[in-house]
Design a protein around this ligand. Structure first.
Ligand code: C5P
Length: 237
């Protein structure tokens, strides 16, 4: 049984604005996706990090990936949605030089979670152990959740308060066995994370406590926050 990582990076990142896909925006001297790939590649237990790009991606080749060479492998099979990109990647990696088997562990991680560390990954791998289902990194919800009404005029009003007890914010990596995850995504393709597909099978993935530094870079301000965190780590290293 081996560990592999899969990073879907075939999105356009439209919430960020601009024409450059989010995964290639400059961040601490590198394209954004570099940082997550480097964190995953730094975990000795992970045999290979697969990256799923859009078939027509012409940005990847413009950057220098040599510090990660031998650790990452590119699959040009991105789909219409994140789930489709992951599903295509899971299928493609069965035919690669390092053959991935159905019992092997897959850690699926968003390219946009640039502040992931090797420690985050190690905590997840240890906590999941040989669990029959798998698990994800997540953070207990700190804020009170409000559901807004129709905001077509830009002025939403609160229509409900959702109790935050036992609510967690899902992060990535999300760690499941290759065979189970592929089966789950084929059964439930309209999901926004891997755990939801596993849940659709009636299974209950583990919640493994993480922290807020592993946030998803989504809006322009997030990029500044990620830059601060990464630069601070550089200074401390
Ligand atoms: O857009 P969002 O931040 O939710 O995307 C999460 C991850 O899924 C990103 O790494 C993005 O590149 C990836 N993605 C993908 N294929 C898509 C859409 C998103 O690989 N069609």
């Amino acid at each position: 049984m081996s560990y592999f990582a899969l990073v879907p990076a075939a999105g356009s990142g439209f919430r960020m604005g601009g024409s450059l896909p989010k995964q290639y925006l400059p961040l601490a001297g590198r394209p954004l996706i570099y940082h997550a790939l480097a964190a995953l590649a730094a975990v000795p237990a992970i045999e290979r990090v697969f990256v799923v790009l859009a078939p027509d991606d012409n940005e990847w080749a413009r950057h220098d990936w040599t510090p990660l060479s031998g650790r990452i492998e590119v699959l040009r099979c991105g789909g219409e949605t994140r789930a489709a990109s992951v599903t295509n990647g899971l299928r493609a990696m069965r035919q690669m030089s390092v053959a991935v088997g159905p019992e092997d562990w897959l850690l699926v991680h968003d390219a946009a979670r640039a502040c992931l560390t090797a420690d985050h990954v190690t905590v997840l791998i240890r906590a999941v152990g040989d669990d029959p289902v798998g698990g994800i990194l997540a953070v207990p919800l700190a804020d009170t959740l409000k559901q807004g009404g129709d905001a077509t005029d830009g002025n939403a009003r609160i229509v409900a308060t959702i109790p935050r007890e036992r609510l967690w914010q899902a992060q990535t990596p999300q760690m499941f066995r290759h065979g189970m995850l592929l089966g789950a995504l084929e059964f439930a393709p309209a999901v926004t994370d891997e755990a939801s597909a596993i849940e659709a099978l009636g299974l209950t993935p583990k919640l493994v406590a993480s922290d807020m530094t592993n946030f998803k870079v989504t809006y322009p301000l997030d990029l500044q926050l990620a830059e601060l965190i990464l630069r601070q780590r550089e200074k401390e290293a």
